[in-house]
Design a binder for this molecule. Structure first.
Ligand code: DQA
Length: 160
């Protein structure tokens, strides 16, 4: 099973960017933690960060066929990108949206996520732990999907 983690604009600057909001942990350190959890669960994991909307859309589309779950922090595009929303809806791969900060406690323009409605769920406000919770959620969803697929296959085998 494979998880792809997609990070939006300015998240490459974690650790130096607005530390009072996002903390001091670097993106590489967050990814290292996620990699450990993936290993423990025998799951392949891949990371992608881009500051460009179209590249994020391309990476989402590339998930088709080889990816079982996606964790995405669309960053500022959360609040604006119909293109990213449409890509998530198009590929039909379980996706969990993650934010370090509690976007609902912040400026009004951050209160709306255009991407969350096409995701399985959203986790926001726990700092780097949001990614860990995102990981727990996607692992659970992926194992439920796999169990459902196996049950369907078993039923099909019985009928044939
Ligand atoms: C963010 C919240 C967004 O509003 C902001 O534009 C970001 C980071 C978060 O993780 O808290 O870049 O997605």
């Amino acid at each position: 099973m494979k998880v792809v983690v997609i990070q939006g604009p300015n998240l490459n600057m974690l650790g130096m960017r607005e530390q009072n909001i996002y903390g001091s942990m670097k993106l590489a350190d967050i990814h290292a933690q996620m990699e450990g959890v993936a290993k423990q669960n025998n799951v392949e994991i891949e990371f992608f960060q881009s500051n460009l909307e179209g590249e994020i859309v391309d990476r989402l589309q590339e998930c088709l066929g080889d990816t079982d779950g996606i964790i995405i922090n669309p960053a500022a595009y959360t609040h604006t990108s119909i293109a990213i929303r449409d890509a998530i809806a198009a590929i039909q791969i379980p996706t969990v949206e993650v934010h370090l900060s509690n976007i609902y406690q912040r400026e009004e323009f951050r209160h709306k996520s255009v991407t969350a409605p096409v995701c399985a769920g959203q986790i926001a406000g726990f700092g780097p732990m949001s990614y860990h919770l995102g990981m727990m959620s996607i692992l659970q969803i992926m194992s439920e999907v796999a169990a459902m697929r196996e049950a369907k296959q078993a039923q099909a085998n019985l009928q044939s």
